[in-house]
Design a protein around this ligand. Structure first.
Ligand code: NDP
Length: 318
């Protein structure tokens, strides 16, 4: 039978490119989990995805109620779940004041990490039930959260500290808390994104430690390359948006097209040779995949455990 894959944020960029790549194989039915139904419908059409090869379901990761509602709707649709891709993200690189999710958590970490944390935990039951030969749960990572790389050393550097801001509910200074995971007083949108990506990579490894052996599910993360043309950079200053793609193409040579990045993500979902669990995949210049090293913080098991426990409380699982 066809596999069924849920991809969050499939209405643009990498998520859309991967949805297209997987649907085109004819081996996958893609559930596009998106906050803007009409935008997703238009995007699928203009990407040339065949009718019937995908289903669009509403999901707003900035609301934990919406996450739960999505899981109910997905189950009601009667499809099995064979792969889940936590891809959606927001990036507010120039923001100096926080915005908040429906549940009152700082938006970047709320959407990129907490929404996906709840979604993964709930849908794990569905993945366990699937009879598909290779079931996978993929969470997008990033080089920018990895301080063992050049890009990861561009300030402000990622760092979760002792997680005191997260433990305090990421509620921001107006509620006598902090909007930053490390508890910093000042909000920094660029750092909040990088921190959320560390959370994504730590969560993938903690899922692997807790569930891989018993369930056989493959847990993976990846850095697909710098897809400098996606909507992720929409809130950046215009000069940056103009110079970033050629800079990545000609100077760092880390540039990758949306179509190529979509193929990379599709590989992590479905390639029979990428079944190893707990891996952070990257690609070299010849576009061959390899197991990459995470920074010390992004692979710290103690931090991953602490992050897991605090996140469980914040999303209402503990
Ligand atoms: P895009 O901005 O193009 O796509 C992000 C997607 O997330 C959009 O579909 C967006 O929906 C969706 N989204 C945002 N907020 C929410 C929400 N509250 N609920 C549901 N969906 C939401 O960015 P990319 O394709 O570049 O990014 C995809 C992933 O790749 C991210 O995880 C990012 O961290 C990662 N990544 C990207 C890199 C790059 O160079 N671009 C490099 C490394 C990693 P909408 O269309 O409605 O705005």
């Amino acid at each position: 039978r066809q596999g069924v894959v849920v991809i969050t944020g499939a209405s643009s960029g990498l998520g859309l490119a991967a949805a297209k790549a997987l649907a085109e194989t004819g081996k996958w039915h893609v559930v596009m989990a998106c906050r803007d139904f009409l935008k997703a419908a238009k995007a699928a059409k203009s990407a040339g995805m065949a009718e019937g090869s995908y289903t669009i379901l509403h999901l707003d990761l900035a609301s934990l109620d919406s996450v739960r509602q999505f899981v109910d709707n997905f189950r009601r649709a009667g499809m099995p779940l064979d792969a889940l891709v936590c891809n959606a993200a927001i990036y507010r690189p120039t923001a100096r004041t926080p915005t908040f999710t429906a549940d009152g958590y700082e938006m970047s970490v709320g959407v990129n990490h907490l929404g996906h944390f709840l979604l993964s935990r709930l849908l794990l039951d569905d993945l366990k039930k699937s009879d598909y030969p290779s079931r996978r749960l993929v969470i997008l990572g990033s080089i920018t959260g990895n301080t063992n790389t050049l890009a990861g050393n561009v300030p402000p550097k990622a760092g979760l500290g002792d997680l005191r801001g997260l433990a305090g509910g990421l509620s921001g200074p107006n509620s006598n808390g902090s909007a930053m995971i490390d508890g910093a007083e000042e909000f920094d949108g660029a750092k909040a994104y990088k921190d959320s990506k560390i959370c994504n990579m730590l969560t993938m490894q903690e899922l692997h430690r807790r569930f891989h052996e018993d369930t056989g599910i493959t847990f993976a993360s990846l850095y697909p390359g710098c897809i400098a043309t996606t909507g992720l950079f929409r809130e950046h200053i215009p000069l940056f948006r103009m110079l970033f793609p050629p800079f990545q193409k000609f100077v760092t040579k880390g540039f990758v097209s949306e179509a190529e990045s979509g193929k990379r993500l599709a590989q992590v979902v479905s390639d029979p040779s990428l079944t190893k669990s707990g891996v952070y995949w990257s690609w070299n210049k010849d576009s061959a995949s390899f197991e990459n090293q995470l920074s010390q913080e992004a692979s710290d098991p103690e931090k991953a455990r602490k992050l897991w426990e605090i996140s469980e409380k914040l999303v209402g699982l503990a």
